[in-house]
Write a protein that binds this ligand. Structure first.
Ligand code: GDP
Ligand code: MG
Length: 370
């Protein structure tokens, strides 16, 4: 049920908390300033104090902010978004680096020094692919908990000399829970003690059946450090993407997800946002979690200024009032007033939830001591 703390109620009416408490006492209810009361009681109190009450439901504020359907004919193909997962030391970072560098033409070498948590490359078939390089398993879970689905494909890295390990199994579980297809990359194939056959049969025990064992899961043997079969991996990603028939409407207000965010000394809050639908533009008013702002600048994964970013494009966004959190969903809204309404509402919700938790905690502590 809807609740509010006495402090918050008093604040919103610009009344003193003690006056609210007095009124509650008149009704036979003993309360402290930090206590939570239900919305109906709050409304009675507010009216008693001569205020007009407008109850705002979540649906009024959040309605239509995300996931409004797009007309079929507005949908255009978009690049796949790929996350590399796997056990520690099996070569995730090496593989991401190898793919990134294989894609840098020599004149451009050193051009990609920017780290924004995600980057886009052009596969040998000419199609762009977006890689997200922050989600460790914890971040992946946090994002999913917030309802953010950022990944289309998981590349599961398994070291051929080590086999399926606990975090390999975890990654399989994550991908499955998120309904995301897996491509198996058996890495370190250059090592003399590499046993790719063993990896395949171990995967089978986790119900991942690769193609060579008659299953449907795409697989490739690679070496991140010796740069073996990287093109083949990219081909498989392109193939999987084609099977997924990924589409988005680029011609609508943008929606996306914060991949990472930080406070930069000179530039203020900097958020890497993966645009998922629509096109994000300089000047747009955006909300992300309980932060909002007007996009002052967009920087691509090479650190170059961009005017706009379409579906599946990662960009650094400057202009947020404060740092949003990884996993926060981002949406363009029609005005600053609307952005303020949404973020103030979310801020209040956060405060009230925290207050309710505090009351509960105190209650149970009191119970324990009595
Ligand atoms: P992560 O923890 O999954 O990100 O793994 P890293 O990318 O940090 O790699 C762990 C170690 O394995 C490093 O010492 C890498 O140099 C090494 N490594 C990664 N890929 C390969 C490979 O394909 N072949 C060999 N021989 N070593 C690799
Ligand atoms: Mg790593």
């Amino acid at each position: 049920p809807e609740t509010i703390t006495i402090q918050e109620l008093a604040n919103r009416m610009s009344e003193r908390g003690v006056d609210v408490i007095k009124l509650l006492m008149k009704q036979g209810q003993m309360a402290k300033i930090t206590d939570v009361i239900d919305a109906d009681t709050a409304q009675l109190i507010a009216e008693e104090l001569g205020h007009t009450v407008k109850r705002v439901a979540e649906s009024d504020v959040e309605e239509g902010l995300f996931d409004a359907p797009d007309a079929e004919e507005s949908l255009l193909p978009r690049p796949p978004v790929v996350t590399i997962m796997g056990h520690v030391d099996h070569g995730k970072t090496s593989l991401l680096d190898a793919i990134r560098h294989a894609n840098v033409v020599s004149g451009e070498a050193g051009g990609i020094t920017q780290h924004i948590g995600a980057y886009q490359i052009v596969a040998p078939n000419g199609a762009p692919v977006t890689f997200i390089d922050t989600p460790g398993h914890a971040a992946f879970t946090a994002m999913r908990a917030r309802g953010a689905k950022v990944t289309d494909i998981v590349v599961l890295v398994v070291a051929a000399d080590d086999g399926v390990m606990p975090q390999t199994a975890e990654a399989i579980a994550h991908a499955r829970a998120a309904g995301v297809p897996i491509i198996v990359a058996i890495n370190k194939i250059d090592k003399p003690d590499a046993k790719p056959e063993r990896v395949r049969s171990e995967l089978l025990q986790h119900e991942v059946q690769v193609e060579t064992l008659g299953g449907e899961t795409l697989e490739v043997e690679v070496s991140a450090t010796k740069k073996i079969n990287l093109d083949k991996l990219l081909d498989l990603i392109a193939l999987q993407a084609e099977l997924l028939d990924l589409k988005a409407n680029p011609a609508r207000p943008a929606e996306g997800t914060v991949i990472e965010a930080r406070l930069d000394k000179g530039r203020g809050p900097v958020a890497t946002v993966l645009v998922q639908r629509g096109t994000l533009k300089v000047g747009d008013v955006i909300v992300g979690g309980s932060q909002w702002g007007r996009v002052r600048a967009l920087l691509d994964d090479k650190g170059e200024a961009a005017q706009e970013a379409g579906p599946s494009t990662p960009v650094e966004v400057l202009g947020f009032s404060g740092s949003p959190e990884a996993g926060d969903r981002v949406a363009v809204v029609e005005s600053e007033a609307r952005a303020r309404e949404i973020t103030e509402y979310r801020e209040r919700q956060k405060r009230e939830k925290a207050a309710a938790r505090g009351t509960l905690a105190r209650g149970s502590l009191a119970d324990m001591m009595s």
